[in-house]
Design a protein around this ligand. Structure first.
Ligand code: UDP
Length: 415
């Protein structure tokens, strides 16, 4: 496909995928249901727009969803946006406010938000017309003020359980103009909007490098480079360096747990260069200061998929100590690897883990440390949690279910 680079839109090429490769995860009934829905909307053109091509859950989803949509007969394309410096600092403020921070936007910030969105809208109108536009998250949501073609879907991925009313009020008029708004779960639904609503939980792709089975030796080879000891107990958190991911809470949990398990090691891994997350470097420096040069704490910023796979696979316990979480693909990824996960009792994580069955949900760093120690001292518990976690992902959180939910939604909004 021809690459298009307009001033505010960048075409993102994706590696092709074959739906047939995913049939191994599906019953015949499920496979036929997916293909049956796809047939109803065959040849329809779908445009997805989000902010960043790498480094967060939305990019991760689109890398698999877009080629899978194409493989079942749609014409799906993915674009990311460009914007002047400072725009993503402002949109991270919007993100934080929607996740409850007491933040106000200045008039200037609101004006910049509108202007950038006007530019995106104007570039969108230069592309061949699509049947459906899926606009992911708030950064490009205001395109709707100047662009309305086909069916317009706003897909919000963030934790909207307790949004800041002022910033939500600023965005509401835009959300109201969409033909449909999709949230990850009903608990995030915005009240006072008549627009059609849908709820789709995200999912992981079992066939990408990050989620493919990785042997013990391969893990050790990858982690040896960072001097991580293969025979000492290991816990980890894979996440952007973001206050909502509570990396300081992770350090506190680690220090508590280490009082009982002296040889414990911790890896925190996250990218520093995500376009729409300019806070990362500052949070990383803060975490580094709090890690106080402890030789058993490894702070990694190399975000290669095989490294992420190795960190999750080699960990005895995977943490996701979030304070807010739209869904938490990192939780799903670790569960799929059969890991015992200890995670924040918040947002989309509670849809994944049934505490005590597929992992543990915790409310404080202290509780997290207690669960870490409990799991590390009880091999049977660790195995039981991991086994149940893997089955839970297989039954609920694989990309094939996500694909089907999208196809059903497209069929509904078109007809
Ligand atoms: N991720 C990554 N490298 C990192 C940290 C995270 O590739 O160093 C990936 C992670 O594996 C997951 C996604 O980024 O696929 C994060 O998605 P999640 O839903 O957990 O959180 P978000 O960043 O969207 O808030």
């Amino acid at each position: 496909m021809k690459a298009i680079h307009l001033e505010s839109l960048v075409f993102r090429d994706v590696l092709p995928k074959r739906f047939a490769d995913y049939e191994q995860f599906l019953s015949t009934r499920r496979k036929n249901a997916i293909l049956g829905t796809a047939k109803k909307i065959k040849g329809k053109r779908i445009i997805h727009i989000n902010t960043a091509p790498e480094g967060g859950g939305v990019a991760e989803l689109l890398k698999s969803l877009v080629p899978l949509e194409s493989s079942v007969g749609l014409k799906s394309e993915w674009y990311t946006i460009t914007a002047p410096p400072g725009y993503f600092t402002m949109t991270k403020k919007i993100h934080n406010a929607l996740q409850s921070s007491p933040i106000s936007l200045t008039d200037k910030e609101k004006a910049v938000y509108k202007e950038v969105n006007r530019n995106i809208a104007s570039d969108l109108s230069l592309l061949p017309c699509a049947d459906i536009y899926v606009i992911h998250d708030p950064q490009p949501a205001a395109v709707i003020a100047d662009f309305h073609q086909g069916a317009m879907i706003s897909r919000i991925h963030i934790d909207l359980s307790n949004p800041n009313g002022e910033v939500l009020a600023f965005l509401k008029p835009y959300f109201k103009k969409y033909d449909c708004i999709v949230f990850s779960m009903e608990e995030f639904s915005i009240p006072g909007i008549d627009t059609k609503k849908a709820f789709i939980l995200p999912a992981i792709d079992p066939l990408v490098r990050k989620n493919m089975p990785l042997g013990e030796d391969a893990c050790h080879t990858i982690l040896k480079k960072f001097s991580i000891h293969p025979n000492k107990p290991l816990i980890s958190q894979v996440s952007r360096f973001d206050p909502w991911k509570d990396p300081i809470g992770v350090l506190q949990a680690f220090y508590h747990a280490k009082n009982e398990i002296e040889s414990l090691q911790l890896i925190l891994v996250g990218p520093l260069d995500v376009k729409d997350d300019p806070e990362a470097l500052e949070i990383f420096e803060h975490v580094k200061k709090n890690a106080k040069g402890d030789p058993d704490i490894f702070l990694l910023t190399d975000t290669d998929d095989m490294l992420i796979n190795a960190v999750q696979t080699a960990s005895d316990v995977v943490l996701q100590k979030s304070l807010k979480e739209g869904f938490g693909l990192t939780v799903t990824e670790a569960m799929w690897k059969g890991k015992a996960v200890v995670a924040g009792n918040v947002g989309g994580i509670v849809k994944q883990i049934r505490s005590g069955r597929d992992g543990f949900l915790v409310n404080t760093p202290y509780e997290a440390s207690e669960r870490i120690v409990e799991i590390l001292k009880d091999e049977k518990l660790k195995t039981r949690l991991g086994k149940s976690a893997k089955a839970r992902v297989r039954d609920n959180f694989l990309i094939t279910r996500h694909l089907h939910d999208h196809l059903k939604l497209y069929a509904e909004v078109i007809t």
